[in-house]
Write a protein that binds this ligand. Sequence first.
Ligand SMILES: NC(=O)C1=CN([C@@H]2O[C@H](COP(=O)(O)OP(=O)(O)OC[C@H]3O[C@@H](n4cnc5c(N)ncnc54)[C@H](O)[C@@H]3O)[C@@H](O)[C@H]2O)[C@@H](O)CC1
Ligand SMILES: [K+]
Length: 517
Amino acid sequence: MNMDVPFAPVVVTAAQMQAIEARIFSHGMPVAALMEKVAQRITQRIQQRYPLPQFPRAAILVGPGHNGGDALVVARELHHRGYQVQMHQPVSTLKPLTADHARYAQHLGLSFCQNSQDWLAADFIVDGLFGFGLTRPVSGALADLVAVINQSSVPVVSIDLPSGLHTDSGAVLGTAIAARHSYCLGLWKRAFFQTAALPYLGQAELIPFDIPALDQAAILSQSAPIQLITPSLVRQLLPWDRPPAAHKYQVGSLLLICGSQQYPGAALLCARSAQASGVGMLYVAVPQSLRLWVVSQIPEAVVIACPETDTGAIAALPSDIHWERIDAIALGPGLGDSPIVPALLAVDKPLVLDADALNQLAQMPVEATLQARSSPTLLTPHGGEFKRLFPREAERNGDLMNCVRDLASQLHVVLVLKGAKTFIAGPDGCLWINPESTPALARGGSGDVLTGLMGGLLAQHPQPAASSGWITQLAATAVWWHAQAGCFAAQRYSQLSVSPSLLVDTLKDSLAHLRLA
Ligand SMILES: NC(=O)C1=CN([C@@H]2O[C@H](COP(=O)(O)OP(=O)(O)OC[C@H]3O[C@@H](n4cnc5c(N)ncnc54)[C@H](O)[C@@H]3O)[C@@H](O)[C@H]2O)[C@@H](O)CC1
Ligand SMILES: [K+]
């Protein structure tokens, strides 16, 4: 296997972007030339999205900084290409370069409107009010203007990011423009993957501007990277081809411990997706009253019947489990109040913890328990479980991206925070983001599917890899595959139809699609 990490797009803070930009300028690239280049690319994209014959009237919102400068160059270019351009400049003091472009726009005869209602007559609006230089809340007349734009039905294209969003946390600073399209310049900013920003971004697109790799590396190598999961990363990590003489015990044995009389379905979904991961041997430990039902639903699995508690949860694991055959354990879906969690945390095997296992971990001394483990540990909380596990950190830190990253390094675990944009952080401080998913996955049971898949991939991976950053990437691979199956099913049927059972059935289709792509 080629162990080089394939190229993956990076995600940066405003400070990192400014530092990269400053390096480029210090080596001789004129600021005005870069603005010109970027704005030409934005104009080209706008022309494709809003062709002149159907969208002849453009309204341009010009802010005081270089985001406003970009907007003025776009205005000039749209004017030269035949659009009727009207501009609005709500702040009178402009940065020098922006002021130059404003003067030239006036020289060309482009009109500056005074009345904000004029905006409503445009076919589209270009938002160049604020970019990554926004430092304080948008208020007063500017906030009123944003409200007028948001209440209108005119589509908005935001330059760099919708004005009003914090570039790093994605928080709305006072108010923010709700864009139809956002053209992020150069490198992805963090806001594009923060939950608070998602309702404002519309369709997000990256407009690259040829940042020299040296300058990018000089700034970004100072800290562990934040990267987007890509199909090529996933392609490289999936265990596609087995050795010719493969034996079932050599291609991954997963022990799944899940289910209770209260939540039998979770066990089944988890087991079915583990099976779909390609694992060689699947052992499923469930309360004994579920045994026959699970066997009938998934005959490929070796079902381990466990003694039950009064509430129908697993009371203990049988003593005859062949631990030496197990490569990885996944624990939690539908587990209920089973008392076995502490004992399993002490087992020296790679372990995926989800659902009730996480809720039980939350009742224990989390830090000491996780730090005492010698094998890799993967935690897959959703937002609620995350808050139960790490209440102080979730409360204190408004930026969950930083929070997840810090916790993963501190606790030496792989931490997967599930959400619209799932974050996967490793002990080395690297963070992966899954950029593409679907709200169709917001359903009870889809997390169980992810746990089975992640456990299955973990079991199939050779152990040396489990100790490096590869285990984080493996978790990211499971997240990507799961989300892609959701997108695939939503596209083929509808978002309404993506039940977790359909999701499991679609795992193979999205994989086939990846292989052929
Ligand atoms: N990424 C890059 O390297 C490039 C950036 N460019 C553009 O430059 C932008 C950044 O430019 P700037 O640093 O000038 O920043 P902005 O254009 O985002 O805004 C900064 C200005 O807004 C003022 N301001 C901040 N918050 C305010 C508030 N709440 N109310 C009123 N005024 C407020 C500041 O005092 C400053 O004058 C990027 O977003 C992008 O559009 C491009 O021109 C070229 C390439
Ligand atoms: K903007």
